[in-house]
Design a protein around this ligand. Sequence first.
Ligand SMILES: Cc1ncc(COP(=O)(O)O)c(C=O)c1O
Length: 377
Amino acid sequence: MDFNSLVDRRNTNSYKWDKYSEDVLPLWVADMDFEVAQPIKIALQKIVDHGVIGYSRTPDELVEIVMQRLKTRHNWDIKKEWIVWLPGLVPGLHTATQCVSDDFYSVMTSTPVYRPFLEAADMGKRRLQDIPFVWQNQRWEMDFEEMERTANPSTKLYMLCNPHNPNGRVFSKEELEKLSDFCVKNDLFICSDEIHCDLILDETKEHISIASLNKEIEKRSITLLAPSKTFNIAGLGCSLAIIPDEELRDRFEKKKYGMMPMLSAFAMESALAAYKDSEDWRLEMLKYLKGNHEYLLNEINKIPGLKMEPLEATYLAWVNYESTGIEDFVSVLERFGVGVQDASIFGGKWYFRLNFATQRANLEEAIKRIKKALNVI
Ligand SMILES: Cc1ncc(COP(=O)(O)O)c(C=O)c1O
């Protein structure tokens, strides 16, 4: 497990690396530049060696391990039949925005947020109620006052991203309880995307699934999970929704029926190998990410015009560039050889998102180029 060792991903049809020309370091879309854990490679090799790749069913052991993880790590007892397998988490976001009612309705979320949250509402012809996060108590918080003011009888769903992409928050029990009360009071369902829950950087923080808080919110919940971000198997498409309420689950299943492929053996066996046998890799990888996070915090905050707050989770730095006064700063960075994403993609302004799940040498090079773009010696 040498996370410093460079892996050449160019010319592999990598979505991340083959987006730009060779002189741009791609630090955008959320996948990691690290080789996967050995147990995952072995599981995939076993399928290739067998040589017949037909339709697959979900391994019982995978179901067991998901249930066990939720119980031991999230203190949430779920039943087998609550799980709906999905070939990706984004299809789960879209299905969730479609399934809670047959009537026209509004979907509320806090912004900036992972772009498919915004698209799912828009493409699904739901009215989006986007409420900006507020910076208070030295962290990004949901604006409950504005949420209360905005919620109306057409509001049927709140979309939560926890841990949050892109602001890196791990929402506290108090915040989640407040959100749970808000949903119950306004008769909302909740869709909680928890794909980053095994990527906690701040050891004083703990991931809590909002559905585990109480039975009232549990029955209104669609919780979306996947091993893909944590174990770097996003290309294989294995995700799941946990939907305790039978009627809601039925509506969700009906909306997705015939629109999504079955999961492949590669998807499910890699997920099993990840959850069951790759914990050592995860812990080492997290240690490496924490080092990268420290490095970036130090370096970015030394650059005049840029500001980065510590993240609680994820490997996506959220950097403020307002003091540079350069509105098209992300294009400037691209010209200087750094490929990052602008906040406008996520419904925000004056920030860029930088993926630091890469070798330290790449980050060092990126920092040099960012300094050059800003004329910092
Ligand atoms: C919050 C969040 N949800 C979902 C996804 C993507 O999920 P999938 O590739 O399984 O559709 C990402 C990827 O970056 C993400 O950050």
